[in-house]
Design a protein around this ligand. Sequence first.
Ligand code: NAP
Length: 313
Amino acid sequence: MIRNVIIIGSGPAGLTAALYTARANMQPLVIEGLEAGGQLMLTTLVENYPGYREGIMGPDLIADMRVQAEKFGAEIIQSQVTAVELCALPLVVRTAEAEFRARTVIIATGASARLLGLPSERTLMGHGVSTCATCDGYFFRGQEIAVVGGGDSAMEEALFLTKFATKVTVVHRRGTLRASKIMQDKARANAKIEWRLNAEVDQINDTTAGEVTSMMLRDVNTGARTELPVSGVFVAIGHTPNTSLFHGQIEMDANGYLLTHDGAKTSVPGVFACGDVQDHVYRQAITAAGTGCMAALDAERYLDGLPEHLQTA
Ligand code: NAP
């Protein structure tokens, strides 16, 4: 069986593509991936998704999108893609359990949190080190913690964490923040936030104890090392697109984001991309959903343009 469309990923981009392709009678198969629902599953209240006057919880928004797509016939399976072959029709998508063939593929694999790359960070992940303040902030009530990063994410996480922690130290490797002025101003106005600029994280302690007790910071100008006592470290240094499956098959930019042109088209005919996997600028649920819609419409038009024998084979 050759499917009309396989959608890889199940965040707002993938689920919107599923809704549109399902309503176009393309019987989409969605392979939801390891982090089903994507980054919205890690958020609490989403106040900027149009149509929800009071806001909506991220996981509820995803649940509604799933039900809406399934209502029109989208098939969603819990599995992870392990390999793709996109050089010829039919396009091949493999999971650990099965091999699927399709005329079009929509990639909506999103982006994942970037890490510092320290061995201690990996060892203590989930034991005081986190990449998601909304998920783990509650565990640090009444404690002193740190947020690493100088962008909007770091400011947002630091501000959110002040609801729980007694002190939040923002550790940033440069003297100036990357965050937008409004976010910087908000963070600077918060008395619970302290700053360690021009500081790199050398190490997170204590891997022997299996919990975070402090971090070693190195001043980038003087090289001086100091210890900052904290019981939690939130790493908020940006994201990496989930594109390792597509290396050598689809054109990407220098940071690994898929390149799209003329809507959601990638460099491979019949393969479309939407959401954060191809967008390092806007990264919003609504823009992901918007590009998911574009990918679905582009896939539908591509399918219509295929020679008849390829449409039905
Ligand atoms: P970002 O803008 O890329 O910022 C990443 C930060 O982490 C930078 O300050 C960077 O330092 C630092 N960093 C990167 N790698 C590092 C490393 N190995 N060690 C130490 N520090 C490192 O990422 P983001 O903050 O996640 O934001 C991404 C996009 O989403 C932005 O466009 C942002 O505006 C948007 N966003 C908006 C909001 C909002 O408006 N509410 C909230 C979140 C995100 P350098 O500055 O030195 O490069």
